[in-house]
Write a new protein. Structure first.
Length: 160
């Protein structure tokens, strides 16, 4: 796994500050995972708590939703409507996290897959996305301050 990038070049950092950075990095990584876990479990109350009070959330360059409660309601509505007609159950999987911590703020870029069963009941990758995040420590916990999701696959119409 290696050290987070924010620790690799700092040879004069104290053990305490390095430990704090590792703890922050792991808590942020867990936040990224909990995003998918709460959606997969349809736990929209828990999902809303992953966002700061004044968070922003946007998908594919569409309108940005503001506020943790509104973000939770938006995702609940989208998943309830299921506009793509995806089969259940669905699972979010996350990879390639790049996390940079600077005090009580951080940035992250990661990739995520959404996997559902196909007609033969075998795994089907329904989506691959890039997540661009700004994170903030709010009341001692890391939360999303801004999360922008860009769908990579299926490819957006402008790249076909």
């Amino acid at each position: 796994m290696g050290l987070p990038p924010s620790l690799r070049d700092e040879t004069q950092t104290s053990t305490e500050s390095r430990l704090r950075c590792l703890e922050d990095w792991e808590e942020i990584r867990q936040l990224l995972v909990n995003y998918g876990r709460t959606l997969d479990q349809k736990d929209f109350a828990g999902f809303s708590k992953l966002f700061s009070e004044n968070a922003e959330y946007g998908v594919g360059g569409a309108n940005v939703t503001k506020g943790a409660a509104a973000i939770g309601r938006q995702l609940e509505e989208v998943m309830r409507k299921n506009p793509s007609g995806l089969r259940s159950p669905g699972f979010h999987l996350f990879v390639n996290e790049l996390i940079q911590v600077k005090g009580d703020e951080a940035t992250a870029v990661s990739k995520g897959f959404y996997v559902v069963p196909n007609e033969a009941n075998t795994p089907f990758i329904a989506m691959l996305a890039t997540y661009n995040d700004v994170l903030i420590r709010e009341n001692g916990r890391w939360k999303f301050k801004r999360r922008l999701v860009h769908g990579d696959l299926p490819a957006p119409p402008e790249s076909r």
